[in-house]
Design a binder for this molecule. Structure first.
Ligand SMILES: Nc1ncnc2c1ncn2[C@@H]1O[C@H](COP(=O)(O)OP(=O)(O)O)[C@@H](O)[C@H]1O
Ligand SMILES: [Mg+2]
Length: 379
């Protein structure tokens, strides 16, 4: 898990505890937890000032601040019962990130299997439903090692397909509204069905879908209900006779956690693997768009050197190399001179950086993905 994901998880934890305390009427505890959540969200925004999530985080911060004010008597205090809208706001803002991402197909290296699956399951049926007398798949699962483009694919689908995109992360469904998650799931699918009424597809993207099942270990009952509600809603969507254009895309780094009922409902199960030589070369092109290289730079050799590295590993290497030459420029060049620029990046920069950065996915993990793919693939 990346540092930002970990922080976000922590914020989610505090927020959900705050809401629970709030509902129980424990004002003091609720305030403290809301404040912790606010602190962490602000820290996230400060650490990653360019993240697309920040707008959503700041909205959450605002709604928690309002609630804290109200609870601490600075505003007009309303109990959760008389101020359902305030509390509701604090809750629902986690669920759906309606903002459209701006990732394009062309920003994704390779992954042609995944792109094909999306054409067959969404693009073609939306254009010509009459050509699919046996129905078509509504559930697609992307699985594979972290950092290889699953979330990126979902973002590109949202930009490239004229669809209403509901982006949900499974951990939030399960951890935020104990007891209420079932209702929220129903509402999510209801919204998706409604907005697909005009033939416009609705896509529900559930990232890290394995966490729906992780929480069922040692559960109290509410989580199981939420999970069953998702299965039930998916059945409604998958029903062959309906011409409904609601699609469910799931992504996971841990497919083996999913149990049979879940796996079965994703009629397409697509492996998003580590990039091969060709994919790595494509990534080099993508990541070096705004960089300058010395003429002796040999990308085919770099491709050999980066065997086993994930897409995000490679992006990080490029970033690191780029920062390296900028650092040199600040230390040895003349940063005050507006016309001066850092030197070109060369092969030696990559060699040095690769020595310090190892692939993030282990060989054992790769074999596990391949085995799961052999056992459960559905292309
Ligand atoms: N196939 C790819 N093409 C281009 N960039 C990629 C690809 N795979 C990973 N990346 C880079 O790594 C980052 C993380 O990828 P992401 O889609 O979040 O991985 P995950 O599979 O864990 O969901 C992306 O934002 C992108 O910069
Ligand atoms: Mg992801």
């Amino acid at each position: 898990m990346s540092a930002s994901e970990e922080l976000e998880k922590l914020a989610v934890k505090y927020a959900s505890e705050a809401i629970q305390f709030d509902e129980q009427g424990s004002r003091g505890l609720a305030i403290r937890k809301y404040q912790r959540a606010i602190e962490i969200l602000l820290k996230l925004c400060a650490l990653y000032p360019n993240s697309a999530q920040n707008k959503v985080y700041m909205e959450r911060v605002e709604s928690y601040k309002k609630r804290v004010e109200s609870l601490s008597g600075q505003g007009t205090y309303q109990s959760p019962k008389t101020a359902p809208s305030e509390l509701e706001k604090a809750k629902f803002e986690h669920l759906v990130i309606a903002e459209k991402p701006s990732v394009k197909w062309n920003d994704i290296a390779n992954l042609s299997e995944a792109k094909k699956a999306i054409e067959e399951s969404i693009i073609f049926p939306v254009k010509r439903p009459d050509l699919f007398p046996l129905g078509w798949p509504r559930g697609i699962l992307f699985f594979g090692p972290p950092g290889c483009g699953k979330t990126l694919l979902a973002a590109a689908i949202a930009t490239e397909i004229e669809a209403t995109f509901f982006c949900v992360d499974a951990a939030s469904i399960m951890s935020k509204w104990l007891g209420e998650s079932e209702k929220n799931v129903a509402q999510l699918f209801g919204n998706a069905r409604e907005s697909s009424d005009d033939g416009h597809p609705s896509i529900i993207f559930i990232d890290e879908i394995d966490s729906l099942l992780r929480y069922s270990i040692g559960e109290v009952g509410g989580e199981a209900r939420a999970r069953n509600q998702i299965l039930k809603e998916m059945d409604g969507v998958l029903d062959k006779n309906r011409t409904l254009h609601v699609y469910i895309i799931g992504a996971t780094n841990k497919p083996w956690i999913l149990d049979e009922p879940f796996v079965r409902r994703f009629q397409k199960r697509i492996f998003v693997p580590l990039p091969d030589t060709e994919a790595r070369s494509e990534m080099f092109k993508l990541f070096s768009k705004n960089l300058k290289f010395s003429p002796e730079m040999d990308f085919s050799e770099l491709s050999r050197m980066t065997y086993g590295y994930s897409g995000s590993d490679i992006r990080d290497i490029f970033q690191s190399v780029q920062i390296k030459v900028v650092r040199e420029f600040f230390e040895e060049g003349d940063p005050e001179d507006k016309n001066a620029t850092p030197r070109y990046i060369n092969k030696e920069d990559f060699i040095q950086t690769l020595k310090r950065r190892k692939p993030s996915v282990s060989n054992i993990a790769i074999r596990n993905y391949e085995k799961w793919f052999e056992d459960f693939k559905a292309l």
